[in-house]
Write a protein that binds this ligand. Structure first.
Ligand code: 2NL
Length: 371
């Protein structure tokens, strides 16, 4: 077959169409795989699927566009000999339609894949449980201190706070501690260069409160205290204490016993029994230490109470008249009881710690266990 005009390609136009088709099929092969093979398609991520889509559009332009070989063949139709023109025209149309159809099929496949890949990448399961933010928690000493505070507030006590560095007057004199008392020695108390003492009990806060507010008075004073002890499993030079004070007309030892017993019942349960043993403190007279029935074994004896059935907790007594007088309260009109206990010791008991120093190392791995 020949074209009629001179100067045009002498090649057989049918061969040109076949060559164009062949060139297309060769380039199209890897795209055809997407339509034929779904695993190949599923391996395409969003951005490579978009790249393939663009490559396919380029392919369409190259093989069906104005400058394509097939477009050139179309222009030849009019120049083919009349008896062969219809057949040639059909050949060109047929190839044009087939190429367009093949491209269209893959385009549709890619488009569907892109749509599902896009919605997959945007998938959001609103029924998934939320990611809980890591929250901190209070230090075990703070947890126990706040429980103690809540109990006394509910009994009508105020919570008072004060300074940690004190004069000898507030730390010792006002508490009826004699000049020669060993607690005053630099061996037992931390002193600053200019003669102040780090408070060795929070009674200092109570003296200030009595001076400021007078009687009647009900208060507790939780806080840090300092003593020059060599650290060991049951001692630390800084620890936490809570002291309580109740001053009013007609306050007796019965009020002391009832208050401490009620506090311990609320702290450790209604079955808790309290006992008082005679003792001595310079700032109270009479004085008593108090124990409570073991919260673990209930009094039968266990490791916590060292088989005694009782846990020793603190000291107490009737406020010495010298202490009331020194703080500006008339001991002829008022009387009061006071008590003190160690918070850290209580924490160690409640959480089963064998060393109170763990509470002050600030090792998060330790502290995170108690919330
Ligand atoms: C203990 C003993 C005690 C007090 C603290 C006190 C306070 C004032 C007046 C009288 Cl203002 N007394 N406090 C009384 C008896 C004992 O503590 O073993 N503490 C851990």
């Amino acid at each position: 077959m020949q074209v009629m005009a001179e100067g045009l390609s002498q090649e057989d136009p049918k061969l040109q169409v076949e060559a164009a088709r062949k060139a297309f099929e060769q380039e199209f092969e890897r795209f055809a795989a997407f339509a034929a093979n779904s695993t190949k398609l599923s391996q395409l991520d969003l951005s490579s699927a978009q790249a393939e889509q663009r490559a396919l559009a380029d392919l369409r332009t190259r093989h069906l566009g104005k400058k394509s070989a097939l477009a050139a063949s179309k222009k030849l139709i009019g120049r083919v000999a009349p008896d062969e023109r219809a057949a040639f025209g059909q050949l060109v149309q047929h190839n044009d339609a087939e190429i367009a159809g093949e491209i269209e099929r893959v385009e549709q496949t890619l488009k569907r894949h892109l749509e599902s890949a896009r919605s997959e990448s945007e998938r959001l399961d609103v029924t998934l449980p939320g990611r809980r933010p890591r929250r901190g928690h209070l230090h075990p000493i703070t947890i126990v201190r706040e429980r103690i505070e809540d109990i006394f507030v509910s009994l009508g006590y105020a919570i008072e706070d004060g300074r940690e560095i004190e004069t000898d007057f507030y730390n010792f004199d006002a508490l009826n501690i004699p000049d020669n008392h060993p607690a005053r020695a630099a061996q037992d108390t931390f002193y600053t260069n200019d003669g102040f003492a780090l408070r060795s009990q929070t009674s200092t806060v109570q003296i200030h409160a009595m001076q400021r507010r007078g009687a009647p008075l009900r208060m507790i004073a939780p806080g840090r205290v300092f003593r020059r002890d060599t650290p060991d499993p049951t001692h630390n030079p800084m620890f936490f204490q809570v002291e309580g004070l109740c001053v009013d007309r007609g306050i007796s030892m019965a009020h002391l016993k009832g208050t401490v017993a009620e506090f311990l019942r609320r702290m450790f349960g209604a079955q808790t029994v309290t006992r008082f043993r005679p003792s001595y403190f310079p700032f109270t007279e009479p004085s008593a230490e108090f124990d409570f029935s073991c919260f673990k074994c209930g009094g039968t004896g266990c490791r916590i109470c060292k088989n005694s059935g009782w846990i020793e907790l603190g000291g107490s007594g009737m406020v010495h008249p010298n202490v009331l007088r020194g703080a500006g309260v008339d001991p002829e009109e008022f009387s009061g009881f006071a008590f003190g206990l160690g918070i850290d010791r209580m924490v160690a008991l409640m959480y089963g710690l064998d060393d109170i120093r763990l509470l002050f190392e600030n090792d998060a791995r330790f502290l995170e266990q108690f919330d």
